[in-house]
Write a protein that binds this ligand. Structure first.
Ligand code: IVH
Length: 684
């Protein structure tokens, strides 16, 4: 953050303002489990206050939020004093701030700047911290962090958590300490959080904004039988007082906790030097969606406990550790308008136009509202301040409305009266509004986009924009028209030149021999997703058999229900659909029957490429292997069947050698391709 010039007077005023704001948000967060700003915005306010207090230390007061952590004890709970204060961690928001942490430690310890400090790195779990005291190996009392000094007694609640041992496990080489204060995070797995929210919504209750609030709301219940109904876990990250056992490293503490029966942070690592720390941080951020629990960063701790002593703590946080935070995924912003989008089956989705805001490293200016049940459930209006969320590749969505911020000028969101694209009539079907016009151009654009998508026919260069242009120009009136496009037509589209036109035509040509499963999926039959298309292809083996299947045969297949069976039958009953598919076949489209692919040497094989090929690009080679029934993977594992070695192969070559996987050169690969093409009757 840039440091602004500010007068003493102004600073005093702003400090007061910030304290009041932070106190209010602390109350919403800790007491009500119902925050009205995102964590990132809270952190910003907090940092601003910290920085102003650093510039004007004369204004620091003992009751400033920077001088304490957490929250007061909730009414009804017995207060528990922690024998060692439960502090908080200072945040680092990016690589530079992590490096600054490392430099600060070396300055503080008077170490040369090139010293490689040993760090323990582990995920930062986004839950609520908790301390559990064991006396002679038996669980005695469990408490929340509270204000860092005094927490709430949640012993009966914590006892319902299956991953909390009621007695420590005995180990031969590790005694049971007379006193052990274990610290860790109480968490709700993401899947359980989603289910809980669904259930709360079904019951007409307010859902939680995120898994952490859900965990906190579930643990801090005066009635522990409610806690027992919620799936909570406990993962340890440290200790308070320990008697009878001494440790030299933080990593030893965590290992011992594992042996005593606790779940410990996973993955964790001990690394030397800040570069390795940053590597771990980046890796974890890139795979954060793969975890069972919500992670909001990585905790970096000096591993040597002697150094902990030397570094000490400030009033709020230790100097030996830092929370390296990931990019925030929730932010608040305002809804400027609501527009309607028509999908390939005619479903009209309300989409919120937002005041642009950065979420998870991407500027978000639209968020889906899903349907009108969702609009009603959220109680959302145009002009509202909302919490938006973006996770991984998922479309941004609105988590909740901050009704406290309403001004009275908000406008209701009204359902569409007509199709926003073709102006045809709309009908309500359950939570959705649908355009009744079978030839609505918006449906065709979406159907084209779906057909060309990576998991369907994978036509590179045919995205939504091109699809729209083709429909607008009238070059494409149904899906089959794609296979009749000419270069002259493409050159008339804005943004198209020789090369892009040639590329698109090549992509279309390549799409003519899809596997049966991909072809079925590409048609966009309602209720037939990628998985179902695979089941159908596996069962029917050929297009002829599939396209003539009866309702009874369809429902006899495991995994196909009456609704899906009905939509398939309906699809084939429509003469226009059959004509359109015939037209595709006339243009040379030929879905590969399952037996036919089996005649190819690549059928069912997992292939990895390493090094450059001279006769074609990696993408071309990949799409050939897929057309011939193989799968291409980016890394070598025991599941790999074949490695194609080009020029200057990389580390995959060594790995394949280690695992003893069959390797072939380009010439042999080309021979296999020819064989495969012959077997499948592809002339090219
Ligand atoms: S170590 C002095 N390690 O994050 C506090 N904390 O913002 C030492 N947390 O209060 C904390 N995962 O509730 C540590 N692997 C981890 C953690 C972790 C989550 C929480 C914990 C702490 C807060 C700090």
């Amino acid at each position: 953050m840039k440091k602004k010039k500010i007068s003493k007077e102004e600073a005093k005023k702003r400090i007061e303002e910030l304290r009041e704001l932070i106190n209010y948000h602390n109350y919403r967060y800790y007491v009500l489990n119902d925050p009205v700003i995102s964590d990132a915005e809270y952190d910003e306010l907090f940092r601003e206050l910290q920085e102003l207090e650093e510039m004007f230390p004369e204004f620091i007061t003992p009751d400033s939020p920077t001088q304490r952590v957490g929250a007061p004890v909730k009414e009804g709970f017995r207060p528990v004093r922690h024998s060692v204060p439960m502090l908080s961690l200072q945040d680092a928001r990016n690589e530079d701030e992590i490096r600054e942490f490392d430099a600060r430690i070396k300055r503080f310890l008077n170490l040369p700047m090139n010293t490689l400090i040993e760090y323990s790195v582990e995920p930062k779990y986004d839950g609520l911290s908790c301390e559990i005291v064991y006396r002679n190996g038996r669980l005695e009392v469990a408490s929340t962090r509270g204000d860092g000094y005094v927490g709430e007694d949640v012993t009966p609640n914590v006892k319902t958590i299956k991953t909390v041992p009621l007695r420590l496990i005995k180990n031969e080489d590790l005694p049971i300490p007379p006193l052990l204060e274990v610290r860790g995070e109480v968490l709700m797995p993401k899947k359980d959080f989603e289910e809980l929210n669904k259930e709360l919504i079904r019951r007409g209750e307010k859902p939680f904004a995120n898994p952490r609030n859900a965990a906190s709301g579930s643990l801090r219940q005066l009635d522990p039988s409610i806690t027992a109904q919620r799936r909570l876990d406990f993962i340890t990250w440290g200790v308070g007082l320990v008697e009878g056992v001494t440790f030299k490293k933080h990593s030893e503490i965590i290992e011992a906790l594992g042996k005593w029966g606790f779940k410990t942070a996973n993955p964790r690592a001990v690394v030397k030097g800040i570069d390795k720390v940053i590597e771990f941080y980046k890796k974890m951020e890139s795979i954060r969606d793969d975890f069972e629990y919500e992670l909001d960063g990585v905790v970096v701790k000096v591993n040597d406990l002697d150094l902990w002593e030397k570094l000490g703590t400030t009033a709020r946080s230790p100097r030996y550790a830092i929370a390296a935070k990931f990019k925030p995924r929730q932010r608040t912003t305002r809804i400027l308008d609501v527009v309607y989008q028509v999908g390939r089956t005619g479903t009209i989705t309300p989409v919120a136009v937002l005041e642009p805001v950065e979420v998870g490293g991407v500027v978000v200016s639209r968020a889906t509202l899903h349907n009108f049940d969702e609009v009603e459930r959220l109680g959302v209006m145009i002009g509202d301040k909302v919490l938006v969320q973006r996770a991984g590749d998922v479309i941004p969505e609105i988590v909740m409305v901050i009704k406290e911020e309403r001004t009275g000028k908000e406008r209701p969101i009204t359902p569409p009266k007509e199709c926003p694209v073709c102006k045809a009539e709309v009908v309500r079907e359950g939570a959705y509004y649908k355009c009744v016009n079978a030839s609505c151009p918006a449906k065709l654009v979406q159907a084209l986009r779906h057909m060309a998508s990576r998991r369907a026919l994978d036509i590179e260069g045919l995205g939504e924009k091109t699809a729209r242009l083709l429909v607008e120009k009238g070059f494409v009136k149904d899906l089959a028209d794609i296979f009749y496009l000419t270069k002259e037509q493409l050159l008339q589209l804005p943004g198209f030149a020789e090369k892009s036109a040639d590329n698109l035509l090549k992509g279309i040509e390549r799409a003519k021999n899809p596997t049966l499963a991909k072809f079925i999926y590409a048609l966009g039959i309602p209720n037939v997703g990628e998985y179902t298309a695979g089941v159908l292809a596996e069962h029917f083996k050929s297009w002829e058999r599939f396209s003539n299947a009866s309702f009874d045969e369809l429902i006899s297949i495991k995994g196909i229900g009456p609704e899906t069976a009905m939509s398939i039958v309906k699809f084939f009953k429509e003469p226009r659909n059959r004509e359109m598919i015939e037209k595709m076949f006339k243009a040379g489209v030929k879905p590969q029957a399952v037996e036919e692919v089996k005649g190819s040497p690549f059928a069912g094989k997992v292939v990895v490429f390493t090094g450059a090929l001279s006769s074609m690009t990696r993408d071309e080679a990949k799409s050939w292997v897929e057309r011939l029934g193989g799968k291409v993977s980016n890394s070598v594992s025991r599941k790999t069947d074949l490695v194609v070695v080009g020029e200057n192969p990389g580390s995959k070559y060594q790995r394949a050698q280690q695992l003893g996987i069959k390797m072939i050169n380009e010439e042999e690969f080309l021979k296999m391709l020819e064989e495969g093409k012959k077997a499948l009757g592809i002339k090219e």
